[in-house]
Structures are given as structure tokens and as C-alpha cells.
Write a protein that binds this ligand. Structure first.
Ligand code: ATP
Length: 921
């Protein structure tokens, strides 16, 4: 059905009505020789509530022409107008309070119009894809109650012009298509979708890049920045810009505070607001006069936008701007209240102002019950609800509002990551009892006192026979681990500590605790060199054991890629029968088909080098036994203890900040060793440019060190000289020249291309003192322990990361001897970064500095950070406190409902955010 409403001379207005109740308003052409102005149609939903209306204070021509203009003002400020009355004068037209629009130049004739109009008064067919009206989505919107702050204007609009319908349920609200947003044409919705905004959530997660603030116009005006001004219109001109476009230029004069010293008077700045109207039709005089007449000299206006300096002093051009008329004094304050103003980045070509406008409408359409977060969590962690957070980030009243909102949104990023990790871990456990045990342990991560008397006899015996006493944080760490080992559920703990702090002995003692009660242990390390070193060290410690340990001496085996087939067969058999109590090896421990008789603990050294996948494989391989349905479900039964999944103890020598550790290993309990063994002397560190003078100095230092009986590591970035990188020093290439330079002192070479036994031989000779200089690549970075090595020189040090250099430096100063470390940089420019190592030897501090400089992904190296989560808003480097809160909140939620059944909203959100994680049903 179609109804012709009005026919006003040259303007025809038709309305078609769909059976579904939606309308399409069509404004037919008008003719304005010589230019043909075509006023396009406009979709209007719920037209029964929005009867034929014109604009109030908005340029009508612009409105009529921009059929997809998403500016909320174009729609929300609509007010009922009688066209017949307003368009009284022919051939001019006046709509609403607009000035007269001259349709023709003075001498144009109108004779052709009647016949033209007949032809044009056709009724447009309604677009088949026209969306269902909003009211089908749910009950009427109620006025939202804001906990923390209110956006008066928005609330008013809700009441005054309520969007007829609310969305059915929070679960689906945010994930609904923008097509369903009131007053959004399908063309605009498609455009939004193509630009990456298919849903309301995606749109609301497009956060402002910054906020413009009225206050900032009072300071220095910087080119390219966003500012807000209040001022007076000086002139307004509509001009032809050639035959293809029209220009509106409004000149506004603003009085601002003078920031020059000793000048009390305010100064004037001049804003040239320029708007371009592309198309021949916008070059007509009537049109240009009409747009210019909107702003009159002396009008008070409020302008915001990006400024560009002009050649004349204190003159600025603004092409992207918003201008509002200020009529009354009160309005000034109303505007002031709306500060700060969000500035959006554009997306895929979509202009910031369009994005901002649709966001405003989306916010109005939302209800305040979109938050799946339980209210207990909101109140305990003092968080805004999600609705307020979206309002606060997009329409803050103060910058503090925006910051509060940002914190809530960051919290969510961390929270769902933690929740996902912990949830997956709980899923892997069989019974509720196990889950509750585990959560209880996470909540109470620290032990209050160390009770060595409760440790097993083998552990106590080894402890007694050590040539040193454990430091207090070594003791606490060991207590935490042993407490976990006594629990009937598998431990998943990360032992983290700075280089050389003594993690290995804590790991050994943890293994002794299970070996002493007849179980087995495995220690997996990333390199063969390290496996051999640990194997030798542990054996030598065990040799010194008192024979009084109830006659029990554990048998330790070494299994690496170089182990002969025969030997391997014997080891595998021994592990299966239980004759071998502990195996130390490389990743072959998980890739081999090893069967343990009763493996109780798996220690994974240098955790991040293996990654979650390998850790998981180790774990799940052994977990499969536990999940056997035929098992006895009494957790304390001997049978179950024997078949329980192994406890996992991961060691990390990278002293990553606790927050990063949480983000990476949110499903692990974290223990940190925070002190170093006593007697360690600070390593004297020097960063030098590796020019001739620098090398001379270093050679002299090496000579002195050799004379003083020291041992020296020379570390190189590459093995062989490279044509592509001629500036790099190479270990093999330098071997001859170094041997010649320090005649009388033996040198050895150690790099990754050598065979296992050659590496082992090189290291043994260096350890025994047969060689005094070891030319090595970064193979020595991890775990190599030669306590009396006293000097290190790193060539082309800028090629390494700060954290890596700290690890390398940790190869010296491991005993009581005073040690030195020199970092040689290729150029003076690269020297600056290395200087930070001169100032600090605290790994946590350096890692934090590195984190701030390079970001978390880089800190761990690309290879190892494949599993590092991406956070759109949060910055791990600075938002660590929120991460800690989020971790606790995730624990709280899971302890209230460990399968999340009580919180279906959270579960849905989690599966939406982490599509890869298996969430039961
Ligand atoms: N409490 C202690 N008192 C004295 N020396 C200790 C103590 N604990 C460990 N050590 C010694 O300190 C040195 C470094 O210990 P260890 O190799 O365990 O450090 P780490 O934390 O594993 O370091 P890295 O990260 O370099 O592997 C070893 O020679 C070890 O014997």
C-alpha cells in the first residue's frame, strides 16, 4: 500500500508502508535548473512513532540528501513539522526553522516542473532486506540505573524518546547485528559490517584513541591535536570550489588564555572551519547561500576538532570538526559537562564521526543488564558494571570516568584468560573433591612456616649433607612444593627465580621427597649439556649422603638423544620395573615411549623453552591413566596414589615479572625465589663500544684475569664469520687469534654444531681448569654452572636482548670470587641500551625494564611466546595489578561454581572469547 502525503509544487513526498509496519519515506526529486538536485529516499522505521518530521536546527538539505547520515542529531532531534505550512512560498522552501532555501536563481522559469513531477512521482518498492522492526526484539526499555555515573543527556533521551524495544537478553544483546539498531539503514549496517563491526560488541569495543578536552584549548595549541573551543562566529561563507564542489567556510574567533610568560591578557585565535560538499549539485548559489546562512556573525558556538596551523599566526584550519550553537548561558555549562569528548580512530576507511555516532546510538539501545559478571565479583573487586564501563569509555564525564571504565575493560581481558585457563585445568580433574582441593590450594598459595621435620628422611639427609645451607626463600619454596606433594591431587607449580639463585637444588630435594617414599621422578631440561651437568651434580651429591638413610640410595639414569640404543633399552626397562628411581634427560623424555612404574613428579627445567604444548603432553600422557573409568575413586587409596597424574614442577630462570608469569601460566601456582645465596659478590659490569680502543681495554682485562687465575667466557653471536653480517664476531673464526694472543693459556670452543661428547669435553676441560678461555655461542646461556668462572666478554652484545644478556652474565659470579662482565657493542648508538645492565643486576628489574621497552612478546623471544595472549586494551607492562585481581576473581568464581553452571553468562562469554577451549557442553 502506498499513500501520497503531500505534493508541494516541485516536491513530492511519498510513503510506502509494509505489512510488517515499517515505513519508507521517499522524498522525490526536485528540479533546480541548471543543476538537478536529487533528494534521495530515507528509511524510517517505526514511522508511526516518527510521523513525517523535519529537522530542528539541522541543515535540512544536508539531512534530506544524506540518506545514510548516521548522525544521531539528524534523527533524534527530529520534530514534527507540517510541511504544507512551512513550505508556504514557491519557489522557495522553508523546513522547520531553517532559512529560506531558494530553489531557483532569480530568472529561472518553472514551466517544465509540472510535467517533470508527474514522471517522478513514482512509489519506490520497499527493500526486501529491510530489517525487522526493533520492537520484535524484547520488552520496552526501562530507564537504566547507573551505579557510578550518569550521562544525563542519554538518560533523558531514553525517557523522552524511548527506543521502543529492548533487546531480549543480555547474552545476545552485544552479539546482535548492528542491522537491528534503530534508525540504521541496511546500507549503513553493511558498511559497518564491511569495516569490521558486525555486532554491537565489536562496535563498542572500538575505543576512543584519546579524549579531547575543553581545557586543552587553554594551553598551547599543537598542530594536529584535538581541541575544543568556545567562540563567536565572525563570518560564514558558501563558495563554489570549481564546478565540482561547494565549500562552507565559517570563521570563528575564540579568546583563550595566553600562555606566554608575564602576559595577563587573553589572546584571540581564529578557526577556519571548512566543510566540502562534493558534487555539482552543491555548487548552486541557493544551496551555498543556505549553508552559509546557518551561522550568523556574533553567534556563540562551541567547536571541537583537529587543528592545523595556517601560515598566519594564531589562525588554524579545521576540516574535521563539530560545531554547536550556544544560545543561552546555561548551554555553555551543559557543554562543559559533556567533557571530555572521545576521539575515535577510523577503521577500514570508515570515518571517526560516523563510528562515534553509531556508538552513541548503540549505547542508547543497550540495557544496563548486559554484564555477565556476578555481582559478588563486581562489589568485591570494586568494578564498574559493563554497561557503565561502555558508557564511561565512550561518553565519560571526566577523564577519571574513562580511566575507571578502562580498568574494568582490562579486567575483563585478563579475567576471561585466567578463567579459561583455570577452567580447563579443573575440567581435566575427575572429581569435585579434587577440584575443591585444587582451588583451596590456589587460594592459599603461601605456606606460613617451614617444617623440615615433616619432610621425608632422604630429603632431610640430602639437605644435611649439602656444603651450604638453603636460603630462606629456597626453604619456603621447598616447603610449598613438599606440601603440594603430600596432597592427593597433582601439583602444577612454577618455580621462578633469578639466574644462579639455586633453583636446581630445590628441584633435586623435591624429587628426593618422592623417591624416599618409593615413587619415581623425572627431570626434563632443554639441552643435553644441562642434562649431563645435572646428572653429574646430583650423583655427586648422593655420593656424599650418609649411609644412614635406611639403606636407600636412589638410582639415577641419564637419557638424551646421544644415549646408545642398548643403554636406552636398559633405562626404559628400569623405569618400567621401578629399578630406576629417577631419570634426567632432554625432551626425549616426552617423545620416547617411556613407561614409568610410578612416576610422582616431573620437573621441567626452563619451562618457557618447552611451551605449554609440551608441558601438556607430558601431563596428559600420564593423566590418561588416572582417567581410566575402572579406577577406584577413593583419592587416598594406595592404588590411586600409585596411578595419580604426576605433579608438575616447572622451573624458570627467566625472572619474568609476576604479572607476565600469571598471564602466561595462569593455571599454575607460582613460587618465587627472591634472594641469592650468601657470599655472592656483585658482578662488575662494563658496557663498551667494540672499537679498537675498546678491544685493547678488554684484552688487557682478560690478561689480568688470567694472571689472577681466573676463567673466562668469550661469548659470540655466531659460529662462523658471515659475508652478510661482516660486523659480527664469530666464535670459530676468533679461536685461532685468541689462542695466539693469550699464548700459554689454553682455549676451547663450544657451540651448537658440535657433537654432544665434544661439547661435554669442552665444558669439562673448562670446569677442571685445563682450559682457561672458553669461546662459546649462546649455548652456554642456560644453566651452565662453573662456579669459579670469573669473567665474561660478550661480543656484539646488542644482538642479544637485555634479559638474555642478564642470563649470560649469570654464568659468572656463581661462587665467592669477584667477577667481571664486559658487553661490547658494535656501535656507539647501540651502547646506550646496554648501559642499563651496568646499573642493575636484579633480573626482575631488568625484565621489567625490558618488558617496558619491548613488550611482552619480545621479551620471551618470538619462538617462546607463541602462546602469549594478545590484549587489545591492557598493557601487561603497566596493568599488572589488574591482572592479579582478575586472577583472584577467576578463582573466586570457580570456587563458587567450578563448572560455571551457576553462571551461564560467564560460560557463554568464555566460549565466545576463547573458541578453542573446550567448555563441556
Ligand atoms: N643456598 C646456597 N648457598 C650457597 N650456594 C648455593 C646455594 N644454593 C645453590 N647454590 C649454588 O649456586 C650455584 C647456582 O645454583 P643453581 O645452578 O641451582 O642456580 P639456578 O637457579 O638453577 O641458576 P640458573 O638459572 O643459572 O640455572 C650452584 O653452584 C649451586 O651449588
Amino acid at each position: 500500500m502506498s499513500i501520497e502525503l503531500e505534493s508541494l509544487g516541485q516536491i513530492s513526498i511519498s510513503r510506502t508502508m509494509r505489512s510488517s509496519g515499517s515505513y519508507r519515506l521517499k522524498l522525490l526529486n526536485w528540479w533546480a535548473p541548471p543543476n538537478r538536485l536529487f533528494l534521495r529516499h530515507k528509511h524510517i522505521t517505526n514511522a508511526d512513532k516518527l510521523p513525517l518530521r523535519a529537522l530542528n536546527g539541522v541543515n535540512p538539505v544536508q539531512f534530506l540528501m544524506d540518506d545514510d547520515d548516521p548522525n544521531p542529531n539528524s534523527v533524534n532531534l527530529l520534530k514534527e513539522t507540517n510541511f504544507a505550512l512551512k513550505c508556504a512560498k514557491f519557489p522557495c522552501i522553508k523546513i522547520g526553522d531553517s532559512p529560506l532555501i531558494k530553489l531557483y536563481g532569480e530568472d529561472d522559469t518553472i514551466l517544465r516542473l509540472d510535467s517533470e513531477l508527474k514522471h517522478l512521482e513514482e512509489i519506490e518498492k520497499v527493500d526486501k532486506k529491510f530489517p525487522e522492526p526493533w520492537h520484535s526484539l524484547g520488552p520496552t526499555l526501562v530507564k537504566p540505573v547507573h551505579q557510578s555515573f550518569k550521562e544525563e543527556n542519554l538518560v533523558e533521551k531514553f525517557v523522552e524518546e524511548p527506543l521502543p524495544e529492548n533487546l531480549a537478553h543480555w547474552e545476545s544483546t552485544l552479539d546482535r547485528s548492528l542491522k537491528l539498531l534503530p534508525n540504521t539503514t541496511s546500507r549503513l549496517a553493511n558498511l559497518l559490517e564491511k569495516s569490521g563491526f558486525p555486532t554491537i560488541r565489536k562496535l563498542l569495543n572500538h575505543f576512543p584513541r584519546t579524549y579531547a578536552d575543553l581545557q586543552n584549548a587553554q594551553g598551547a595549541i599543537e598542530d594536529g591535536h584535538y581541541f575544543m573551543f568556545m567562540g563567536k562566529v565572525i563570518s560564514s561563507k558558501g563558495m563554489r570550489g570549481g564546478s565540482q564542489f561547494g565549500i562552507l567556510e565559517v570563521l570563528v574567533g575564540c579568546e583563550i588564555q595566553n600562555i606566554e610568560p608575564n602576559v595577563n591578557e587573553n589572546k584571540m585565535v581564529y578557526l577556519h572551519l571548512k566543510r566540502f560538499y562534493r558534487g555539482r549539485r552543491f555548487t548552486s548559489k541557493p544551496f551555498l547561500d543556505m549553508i552559509a546562512s546557518k551561522y550568523k556573525e556574533g553567534d556563540h558556538v562551541y567547536v571541537s576538532g583537529k587543528v592545523k596551523k595556517m601560515n598566519t599566526e594564531d589562525h588554524y584550519e579545521m576540516q574535521q570538526y563539530n560545531i554547536d550553537m550556544l544560545e543561552k548561558e546555561e548551554q555553555k555549562y551543559a557543554h562543559l559537562e559533556r567533557k571530555p569528548c572521545p576521539v575515535y580512530p577510523s577503521k577500514n576507511g570508515l570515518k571517526p564521526n560516523i563510528i562515534g555516532d553509531v556508538i552513541s546510538r548503540a549505547l542508547k539501545a543497550l540495557n544496563n543488564d548486559i554484564d555477565p559478571m556476578p555481582s559478588e565479583v563486581l562489589s568485591e573487586f570494586n568494578l564498574l558494571n559493563l554497561f557503565d564501563a561502555y558508557l564511561g569509555i565512550h561518553r565519560p564525564k571526566t577523564l577519571n570516568d574513562a580511566d575507571l571504565a578502562r580498568r574494568r575493560l582490562i579486567f575483563d581481558e585478563f579475567f576471561y584468560l585466567q578463567l579459561g585457563r583455570l577452567f580447563q585445568m579443573l575440567e581435566a580433574l575427575g572429581t569435585n573433591l579434587e577440584r575443591e582441593e585444587l582451588l583451596a590450594r590456589y587460594r592459599n598459595d603461601k605456606v606460613s612456616e617451614v617444617c623440615t621435620s615433616e619432610w621425608g628422611p632422604l630429603t632431610r639427609n640430602l639437605l644435611k649433607s649439602l656444603p651450604y645451607s638453603l636460603t630462606s626463600s629456597q626453604l619456603t619454596a621447598l616447603s610449598e612444593i613438599i606440601l603440594d606433594l603430600k596432597r592427593p591431587i597433582p601439583m602444577n607449580r612454577l618455580l621462578q627465580g633469578d639466574v644462579g639463585c639455586g633453583k636446581t637444588i630445590v628441584a633435586f630435594l623435591s624429587c628426593m621427597e618422592v623417591l624416599g617414599s618409593g615413587f619415581q621422578a623425572a627431570l626434563m631440561v632443554p639441552t643435553e649439556l644441562l642434562a649431563i651437568q645435572h646428572y653429574q651434580e646430583l650423583n655427586s651429591l648422593l655420593e656424599q649422603l650418609d649411609s644412614g638413610t635406611e639403606g636407600f640410595k636412589p638410582t639415577i639414569a641419564l637419557l638424551t638423544g646421544s644415549t646408545s640404543t642398548r643403554e636406552r633399552r636398559i633405562i626404559l626397562k628400569g623405569l618400567q620395573s621401578g629399578d630406576i628411581s629417577m631419570v634426567i634427560g632432554t625432551h626425549s623424555l616426552i617423545s620416547e615411549k617411556i613407561e614409568f612404574r610410578n612416576l610422582k613428579i616431573a620437573v621441567i627445567d626452563e619451562q618457557h623453552r618447552f611451551g605449554v604444548v609440551q608441558r601438556g603432553r607430558f601431563n596428559s600422557k600420564l593423566l590418561s591413566r588416572l582417567r581410566d573409568d575402572s579406577m577406584n575413586h577413593d583419592l587416598n587409596s594406595d592404588e590411586n596414589k600409585a596411578f595419580m597424574a604426576p605433579h608438575i614442577l616447572a622451573l624458570s630462570a627467566t625472572p619474568i615479572p609476576r604479572t607476565l608469569a600469571l598471564a602466561l601460566y595462569g593455571d599454575m601456582s607460582i613460587t618465587q625465589i627472591t634472594d641469592l645465596p650468601p657470599g655472592r659478590q656483585p658482578i662488575e659490569t662494563l658496557a663498551l663500544e667494540g672499537n679498537e680502543a675498546g678491544f685493547e681495554k678488554v684484552y688487557k682485562m682478560i690478561k689480568d684475569e688470567l694472571v689472577a687465575d681466573g676463567k673466562i667466557y668469550l661469548v659470540y653471536p655466531i659460529i662462523e664469520e658471515s659475508e652478510q653480517l661482516p660486523e659480527l664476531h664469530a666464535a670459530s673464526t676468533d679461536y685461532e687469534s685468541i689462542s695466539g694472543k693469550f699464548e700459554g693459556y689454553n682455549c676451547s670452543l663450544l657451540h651448537g654444531r658440535m657433537k654432544a661428547e665434544e661439547k661435554e669435553e669442552a665444558l669439562t676441560k673448562f670446569r677442571d681448569g685445563q682450559t682457561r678461555i672458553l669461546l662459546a655461542t649462546q649455548v652456554i646461556e642456560i644453566g651452565v654452572d662453573v662456579p669459579d668462572a670469573s669473567m665474561m666478554v660478550v661480543m656484539n652484545a646488542e644482538r642479544f636482548g637485555i634479559a638474555q644478556l642478564h642470563q649470560l652474565r649469570g654464568r659468572v659470579g656463581r661462587g665467592n670470587k669477584k667477577s667481571r662482565c664486559v658487553f661490547l657493542s658494535s656501535t656507539s648508538g647501540t651502547l646506550k641500551r646496554l648501559k642499563v645492565l651496568e646499573k642493575s643486576s636484579d633480573g626482575f628489574y631488568l625484565a621489567q625494564a625490558d618488558l617496558l621497552l619491548r613488550g611482552p612478546g619480545d621479551l620471551l623471544g618470538k619462538k617462546q611466546s607463541g602462546h602469549l595472549p594478545e590484549f587489545p586494551v591492557a598493557r601487561l607492562e603497566i596493568d599488572g595489578d589488574i591482572l592479579q585481581k582478575a586472577h583472584l576473581a577467576a578463582l573466586k568464581v570457580l570456587s563458587m561454581s567450578n563448572n560455571l553452571e551457576k553462571y551461564p553468562g560467564l560460560k557463554a562469554e568464555l566460549s565466545m572469547r576463547q573458541p578453542l577451549c573446550i567448555l563441556g557442553d
